[in-house]
Design a protein around this ligand. Structure first.
Ligand code: GUN
Length: 284
């Protein structure tokens, strides 16, 4: 039976450290969160981010725009936030409605306030091994493995999914000499033999957004399994949250596994607070 990588517990510890650092900082870090549209999952994530800020002593403001908001309006709001010294971090919750060009929006965020680490400038710095802001979910995964003394150097890390939010930055982090130092394989929708490749992983990171896609047949005995998925499914007339991994069977063969909920999710938020603090400190 796998040990459970408890992200909720570690996130609590990280938040406590952040709160104490902020209380001695002398300025109040500020985070602006922009939510466009009515996506219910996004609304929940944004609410949780706002709450976490408040509890840690970060000033946060959520700007809500309707589903049919124009890209131009969003770009103007971002420009104002870039200029506003109250905010050290700006986060535009993704995904955006289809008519808005996500890349144009990410490009518009000042790289100095890009606490998501999605701006091409920050992705470039990360790729070069001199990061300014590390994307929150992959950063949280690395912290969680570190907390449990899980060795990543020289290990085969297989990343399922190539999203800009998780898959690509996770692959960069795990391959970086000073961070994961792992051998990395990225699998995606055009990969022919995902199951066979996944089965060679020492560390398997599932970030594809498909409920319980990773079954026991994908997992080597003793592998470390990180589940990034948050999928709402209907089962026996009940709605519940499941990951991209079939926890019940995979937890029997993995050596360690993250639960959903309570694994990667809380770590993502804790790392957002940390990135906001880093930004506030660098602008002192
Ligand atoms: N949507 C899902 N995860 C994230 C995240 O970490 N940041 C942003 N901006 N949007 C998301």
């Amino acid at each position: 039976m796998a040990i459970i990588l408890d992200g909720k517990a570690l996130a609590k510890k990280v938040r406590k450290r952040i709160k104490s650092e902020i209380s001695e900082l002398g300025i109040i870090p500020g985070l602006a969160v922009v939510l466009v549209g009515e996506d219910s999952a996004s609304a929940v994530y944004v609410r949780n981010k706002g709450r976490a800020c408040k509890r840690s002593g970060i000033f946060s403001e959520t700007i809500r725009l309707p589903e049919n908001a124009e890209e131009k309006e969003l770009l103007q709001i971002i420009e104002k936030l870039n200029q506003n010294p109250k905010f050290h971090g700006i986060l535009v919750q993704l995904p955006l409605p289809k008519h808005i060009d996500e890349t144009a929006v990410i490009d518009a965020i000042s790289p100095k306030k890009d606490v998501d680490g999605f701006h091409p400038h920050n992705i470039g710095l990360l790729q070069q091994g001199r990061p300014q802001f590390i994307p929150c979910t992959p950063k949280g995964i690395v912290e969680l493995l570190k907390e449990h003394n899980i060795e990543t150097a020289g290990k085969h890390a297989v990343v399922l999914g190539r999203s800009q939010i998780v898959g690509i930055p996770a692959a960069i982090l795990f391959s970086a000499k000073s961070i994961g130092n792992s051998t990395v394989t990225i699998c995606h929708s055009a990969t022919k033999n995902i199951r066979e490749i996944a089965k060679t992983a020492d560390i398997l990171i599932a970030a594809i957004g498909r409920a319980e896609f990773v079954t026991a047949e994908f997992v080597k005995n003793g592998a470390v399994v990180v589940d990034v998925g948050i999928n709402r499914i209907e089962k026996n007339d009940e709605s519940k949250l499941v990951g991209d991994v079939k926890f019940e069977e995979v937890s029997k063969i993995a050596s360690a596994i993250t639960p959903v909920p309570g694994g990667v999710g809380p770590m993502t938020i804790a790392m957002l607070l940390e990135n906001t603090l880093i930004s506030a400190k660098s602008n002192l």
